[in-house]
Write a protein that binds this ligand. Structure first.
Ligand code: UD1
Length: 426
């Protein structure tokens, strides 16, 4: 199992390019199942979750060609199986995203229930109820969601909770349904908009993506398309927090400042000077220590839960006290005990983490528990004195493309220790 070894103490300086967004590429790959022609995607990040999705589509009979490092062509026509098996779904919950497209296009889908995960119970009841409202017969047995339908019928869907993949699954299903669908209380995340734009390029009739009411007029068929995946706002935010914590200056290019309002506001509150252009963000901390900030996670456009761990790391070394409220996932403070092992003064009370900033962290061996928690630990390692060894970084590889290579270009002292034989690889 690979580990990361980080020697803290360097201010991040320089320029880095944002990769394509994992959380946009995953639903977009699932959406290719709806097409009756080839779909070519560019700016697809090279991540473990992407290879898992490609393996899943391949197993169903889709033909996938990696035309260049970030370019994939999917030809979904010859599908022979409509099953997402447990052994793939358990490694990546987002596999649930094939449910809507399969039942809409092929009339059947058997998708393993994802089960719980490190950050919370994460049920999928909204996906199931939505599909039933669209006319699918859905049963749950032997750990599988089994959905069948001749043709889905448009309906008015009210989402009891704002769910990102729930909204995406139902929007994809409704795109091929008979008649009009209205999704109320829809997720407004930029990745939902990116998916809608791909669907529109394939011939779907969708209005209102990016608001909490999405109108979909079902069409008979969807065709092929070529589409560029949006940049990753969470990866962008993670590098910016790294610059803020280390007192550095970093410019992230090929990104979308308009998707990061809540995060940039908090970084400014922490004392960062931020300038933006149409596709870049520059953060200059001028060697200063950040000020602690209060965070309240909530659905977009509020502060994203996927940036919470990184801001816990920032608060850990900031001046003052920051209170972090996690309102989306019930168990998303797994990084806190690890940060405490590095000397952080953070107290968790229910869904609050009260962070008293300390003047410095000390390196320790720590364990990554989930994707964004790992990012928080990497950032903590960048400021800790000594060598921090982070175990179980396969979590990080699920969602950050070549993170250590990018941090190296920003001046960090970081190396991957390959799990195979314990040798160091740059
Ligand atoms: C997506 C993101 C993930 C992010 C999360 C919240 C992807 C691939 N993943 O996950 O990175 O952290 O949004 O921004 O895009 N819920 C239910 N029933 C459901 C569905 C959700 O109760 O059927 C609850 C969840 O347990 C959670 C909340 O709703 O408490 C929001 O979850 P949701 O938006 O669905 O998260 P994901 O789409 O799984």
């Amino acid at each position: 199992m690979d580990k990361l070894l980080i020697t803290g103490g360097c201010a991040l300086q320089g320029c880095v390019r944002a990769s394509g967004a994992k959380n946009a590429a995953l639903p977009i790959l699932a959406a290719t199942l709806l097409a009756d022609g080839p779909v070519t995607l560019t700016n697809v990040p090279r991540l473990r979750d992407i290879s898992t999705t490609m393996a899943l589509l391949g197993r169903m009979g889709a033909s996938l060609t990696q035309e260049a490092a970030d370019r994939i062509r999917v030809e979904p026509r010859a599908l022979t199986s409509f099953i997402a098996p447990y052994e793939l779904v358990k490694t990546m919950r987002a596999s649930i995203l094939v449910l809507g497209p399969l039942v809409a296009r092929y009339g059947e889908a058997d998708v393993s229930l994802p089960g719980g995960c490190a950050i919370g119970a994460r049920p999928v009841n909204l996906h199931i109820e939505g599909l039933r409202a669209l006319g699918a017969e859905v049963s749950v047995d032997s750990g599988y969601i089994r959905a069948r339908a001749k043709r889905l019928r448009g309906a008015r869907l009210f989402m009891e909770l704002v769910s990102v993949t729930g909204t995406e699954n139902l929007m994809m299903a409704a795109a091929l349904a008979d008649g009009e669908t209205l999704i109320e209380n829809a997720a407004r995340e930029p990745e939902v908009v990116d998916l809608a734009q791909l669907l529109i390029a394939m011939g779907a009739r969708i209005e209102g993506a990016g608001t909490d009411q999405i109108h979909i007029q079902g069409v008979e068929r969807l065709g092929g398309a070529e589409y560029r995946v949006m940049p990753d706002r969470i990866e962008t935010g993670t590098f910016l927090v790294g610059a803020a914590m280390t007192g550095g200056k970093v410019r992230v290019e090929e990104t979308r400042p308009d998707c990061l309002d809540a995060v940039l506001q908090k970084l400014r509150e922490a004392g960062a000077e931020i300038t933006t252009g149409p596709d870049w963000i520059e953060l200059d901390m001028r060697g200063r220590r950040p000020k602690a900030v209060d965070i309240h996670t909530a659905p977009h456009p509020a502060f994203p839960t996927d940036m919470q761990a990184q801001f816990c790391a920032l608060n850990a070394v900031a001046e003052g006290v920051g209170v972090v409220a996690e309102t989306i996932f019930e168990n998303r403070f797994m990084h806190v005990p690890e940060l405490q092992r590095m000397g952080a003064d953070i107290r968790v009370e229910g869904n609050l983490a009260v962070c008293h900033g300390v003047s410095g962290l000390t390196a320790a061996p720590v364990m990554a528990t989930d994707l964004r928690a790992s990012a928080g630990l990497v950032l903590a390692g960048l400021v800790a004195s000594g060598e921090t060894l982070i175990d179980r970084i396969y979590h990080l590889d699920r969602g950050y493309e070549t993170m250590e290579a990018k941090l190296l270009t920003l001046g960090a002292h970081i190396e991957r220790i390959s799990g195979g034989n314990g040798t160091l690889t740059p």
